[in-house]
Design a protein around this ligand. Structure first.
Ligand SMILES: O=C(O)CCC(=O)C(=O)O
Ligand SMILES: [Fe+2]
Length: 318
């Protein structure tokens, strides 16, 4: 659980840094192993198709990401813990592995969220892995916020209208140390007291215009691997460019009060904790993966999924 001091810091600032939230050996090592296996399988297939050298499939995780980046191959979507926005096909890849499920249902993590949202918690499907290679290695045209720096936004701005009243928390978890050099998160303290601000589509991302807040108040939040930042859906945040030589790796998970809309109701959510009806908690990684597979089947070849409300014609975006 959080201390009273942590809860009042969160209420004052709109975010809370927890230097050590998950255990390196029991939580992060299985995730590293699961991701390394998965990427090795992908690299072997690419090597077989002569798209990367065979030796590239025997590197470590960081080396394999670099090989994929050098060859212009999409390592990201097969490793993401969500389906993408836009068109979904029956073979669209994603990653819903047991080590990630263990993180999402990790009791000490749920305890912290319970301190902020109460005892009935749903795992929200707006969730991603971010695997950010050194900026210098990426094509200039790459703009996905899971791969390059993220523009100033509020998480409320990246949900649909039906979640505007939802009580929700983002958990940003560092798998590698997050530093100013490799592109840690930056926040505007106290900005959660704003309403949702306008978000303007800008080079493949959404961005709150500079005129709407005071960027000089930004605070960078470096944290060690295993640490986390919890934040409110109205907290204005972004991340910096990765100017280091290594991949910057994080997960962002979200939880909302059960019964409130997730903002992406076409993607699967599940009860992660329920003090009133513990038998409703999902405890099977296999069932979780199946939910995403069923969703993919249902959505494949449908109209592209829409994940936010913003068009270029907002006045403030002109
Ligand atoms: O890691 C990043 O670049 C940004 C993450 C973010 O916007 C989030 O977790 O809500
Ligand atoms: Fe965000």
């Amino acid at each position: 659980m959080l201390t009273q001091q942590q809860i009042s810091d969160f209420n004052r600032d709109g975010y809370l840094v927890i230097e050590q939230l998950v255990d390196d050996q029991t939580v992060l090592d299985p995730i590293r192993a699961e991701y390394t296996d998965k990427l090795r399988t992908l690299c072997r297939r690419w090597a077989h198709d002569k798209r990367i050298p065979l030796a590239a499939a025997s590197g470590d995780f960081h080396q394999m990401v670099s090989s994929a980046v050098d060859a212009g191959l999409d390592y990201f979507q097969p490793l993401d813990i969500s389906l993408p926005p836009g068109a979904i096909q029956s073979h669209t890849p994603f990653h819903a592995g047991p080590a990630v499920f263990s993180l999402m249902t990790y009791e000490p993590l749920l305890d912290k969220i319970e301190s902020l949202l109460g005892p009935e918690l749903t795992s929200n499907p707006i969730q991603h892995v971010r695997l950010k290679p050194p900026r210098k290695d990426l094509a200039g045209s790459e703009s996905r916020p899971h791969i390059v720096r993220t523009e100033w936004h509020q998480d409320r701005g990246v949900t649909l209208e039906d979640a505007d009243e939802s009580r929700m928390i983002t958990v940003w978890l560092a798998v590698t140390d997050a530093t100013e050099r490799n592109g840690c998160l930056q926040v505007i303290p106290g900005s959660h007291k704003n309403d949702m601000l306008a978000h303007c589509p800008s080079a493949g991302q959404l961005r709150i215009p500079d005129s709407e807040f005071d960027e000089s108040q930004a605070v960078a939040l470096p944290i060690p691997a295993g640490g986390a930042i919890l934040f409110h859906p109205h907290t204005i945040h972004r991340s910096l460019d990765n100017t280091s030589d290594e991949v910057r790796w994080s997960f962002d998970l979200r939880y909302n009060v059960t019964g409130d809309s997730t903002g992406r109701t076409f993607f699967p959510s599940f009860v992660a904790r329920s003090r009133s009806a513990p038998e409703t908690e999902l405890r099977s990684a296999h069932v979780w993966r199946q939910m995403w597979e069923d969703t993919r089947d249902q959505l494949s070849d449908d109209a592209p999924v829409r994940i936010h409300r913003w068009e270029h014609d907002e006045m403030v975006c002109a």
